[in-house]
Write a protein that binds this ligand. Structure first.
Ligand code: AMP
Length: 216
């Protein structure tokens, strides 16, 4: 199954994608995570990408395309992938369609996770990561244990100004993909992401289950 998670940055795509990956046994393919790995490793790609990421801008499509192509060629992605944070614009959506077609596949479903903008700003600016375990916490909603507090870091692009810019980029460039996929006839579901994680996950699984039973 190839599944796209759409939604603003901070809507919960990463969290829901990780749960779905476990549940469905197909890997989560998060271009943001791949880029952050490249930045950490200091590769030429990472150095180029960092400038865009810190500014809240999209990294150029060719860079993303190369990364996703490489990821899809790995054996664990042979039966499908859960795309998180990708595609981000119409050109990326077109190239993903072509890449999957080359593999004899196509997008099976799109899930758009909706969260009000102010709630997102709160979520993202309060987000903190433990660099040792990769676990993500929130200063108000999900505080880290005391022994971890001292080493928590904030993603460079989670500062308020950058968050607001990322949301604007989402609105103008990525959100139109909802209409794009709706017009293309792919099953498209919208879920309210402003609810507890398990509830959102339950609804997504139910919607995908209904798709599967509707398939010939
Ligand atoms: P994310 O973790 O998905 O919020 O991505 C963090 C940042 O990485 C974004 O603000 C972009 O700068 C960059 N990025 C991630 N995915 C993409 C993509 N598909 N196309 C362009 N830039 C991306």
């Amino acid at each position: 199954m190839d599944l796209i998670l759409l939604g603003a940055p901070g809507a919960g795509k990463g969290t829901q994608g990780a749960l779905l990956a476990e549940r469905l046994g197909i890997p989560k393919t998060a271009t943001g995570d791949m880029l952050r790995d490249a930045v950490r490793q200091g590769t030429p790609l990472g150095r180029e990408a960092k400038r865009y990421m810190d500014a809240g801008e999209l990294v150029p499509d060719e860079v993303i395309l190369g990364m996703v192509r490489e990821r899809l060629s790995q054996p664990d992605a042979a039966a499908g992938a859960i795309f998180d944070g990708y595609p981000r614009n119409a050109a990326q959506a077109e190239s993903l369609g072509r890449m999957l077609a080359e593999l004899g596949r196509s997008i099976d479903a799109v899930v758009s996770i909706d969260v009000a903008e102010e709630a997102i700003v709160q979520r993202m600016t309060g987000r903190r990561t433990d660099p040792e375990t990769g676990r993500v916490y929130h200063v108000v909603h999900n505080p880290a244990p005391a022994e971890v507090q001292g080493r928590l870091v904030q993603r460079d692009d989670d500062r308020e100004e950058t968050v607001r810019h990322r949301l604007e980029v989402y609105r103008t460039t990525t959100e139109p993909l909802v209409a794009y996929y709706r017009a293309s006839g792919v099953p498209l579901h919208t879920v309210d992401g402003d609810r507890p994680i398990e509830q959102v996950q339950g609804e997504i699984l139910e919607l995908l289950g209904n798709d599967a039973s509707a398939r010939p």
